[in-house]
Design a protein around this ligand. Structure first.
Ligand code: AMP
Length: 214
């Protein structure tokens, strides 16, 4: 199965993608994670992307589509793909169609996480993750059970994304509205879009997604 998780920044795409991967032959393909890894490693792609990401703008279509293509090339045909944060523009939709066809895959579902934008800034600006295992936390909604220690792996190191500040978040939202939301009608015409209430608690969102996947 190949599915896209669509929704504005902070809608819970990453969290839900991780949950879907658990116990399934699926891989999360997050262009945001791939770009952050490239920035950290100082690769040519990372050097190009760094400033753009810090401003909250979109990295070029070619760069992200090449990352996706390269990742799919490493995956066996039995492993499904969960696209998280890709595609984000009409160009990327066309590129993904072409890439999937080349890899002998087809798109099964687009899950749109519907969220209240005002709540997103609050969600995003409080979030942080375990630097070791990536478990997600939040200053107001989900602190580690034992302060300063990751519930999952026991690490005491945490990190925050540099683009999770209010000003950058506003730009990321504007980019979503201007460039990403307009890709939905195309997928709607294909009859593969399912809408899920992304404001519900995490478990309810997960079950709604499971149901939508059938
Ligand atoms: P994310 O982790 O999905 O919120 O992405 C973080 C940042 O990486 C975005 O604000 C963009 O600058 C960049 N980015 C991630 N995915 C894409 C994409 N599909 N197209 C363009 N830029 C992207």
């Amino acid at each position: 199965m190949n599915i896209i998780l669509l929704g504005p920044p902070g809608a819970g795409k990453g969290t839900q993608a991780q949950r879907l991967v658990d116990g399934r032959a699926m891989r999360q393909l997050s262009t945001g994670d791939m770009l952050r890894a490239a920035v950290k490693a100082g690769t040519p792609v990372g050097l190009k992307a760094k400033a753009v990401m810090e401003r909250g703008e979109l990295v070029s279509d070619e760069i992200v589509s090449e990352l996706i293509d390269a990742e799919l090339a490493t995956m066996g045909p039995a492993v499904g793909a969960i696209f998280d944060g890709y595609p984000r523009t009409g160009e990327q939709v066309s590129a993904l169609d072409e890439i999937l066809a080349r890899h002998g895959r087809r798109l099964d579902r687009v899950i749109e996480l519907e969220v209240d934008e005002d709540a997103l800034v609050d969600r995003i600006t409080g979030r942080f993750t375990c630097a070791n295992c990536g478990e997600g936390y939040h200053d107001r909604y989900k602190l580690p059970r034992q302060p300063g220690t990751c519930d999952k792996c026991g690490s005491t190191e945490f990190k925050r994304r540099p683009d999770d500040n209010e000003q950058t978040v506003r730009t990321r939202m504007a980019e979503y509205r201007a460039k990403t939301q307009p890709i939905l009608p195309d997928y709607e015409r294909r009859g593969i879009v399912a809408r899920v209430d992304g404001m519900a608690d995490m478990d309810s969102v997960s079950s709604a997604i499971e149901q939508a996947l059938g």
